[in-house]
Write a protein that binds this ligand. Sequence first.
Ligand code: FEO
Length: 179
Amino acid sequence: MVTKSVEKAINEQIRKEEHSSRIYLSMASWCQVSGFQGAAEWLYAQADEERMHELKLIHYLNGRGGNAHLADLEKPATKFKSLLDVFQQVLKHEEYISASINEVYAISIKQNDYSTGNFLQWYIMEQTEEESTVRTILDQIRLAGEEKGGLFHMDKELAAQAAKKRTSQLAAATANTGA
Ligand code: FEO
């Protein structure tokens, strides 16, 4: 059984993960119509990953005797200045999510809820990985600068990363269903 404060903190995290998914979906849509097909694929895959993060929290909370519920979400931004702008915002958002996960972890430990603490370890590692991936992407976009060839190459690289993301998502989904 989770305490009320752990339940509240996880529900807040569920809202943030769902919001992340929508933010990335909106960015993906902008990239798709702005000629960045690879970046769009990366962000569509990332949006699905965030939804998976959300679902994982819902199942965990309900499985521990809590009650997961969804909240209203603010409208995500629909216009961006450049590919650099998009990924700068992705990094800023991921840093915010990392801080938020750490906060949920701190609350669960304060409540002596070590099961939740254990469960959240996965999110803590995932955040470290996501931040690092996005920092590398940002470095590469900066290196490419405004040069068309560089950005074209970067977009191809993002398409390759998106294909890898899709493969691991499929593997995770297959493992979950036991197929
Ligand atoms: Fe689920 Fe990227 O935070």
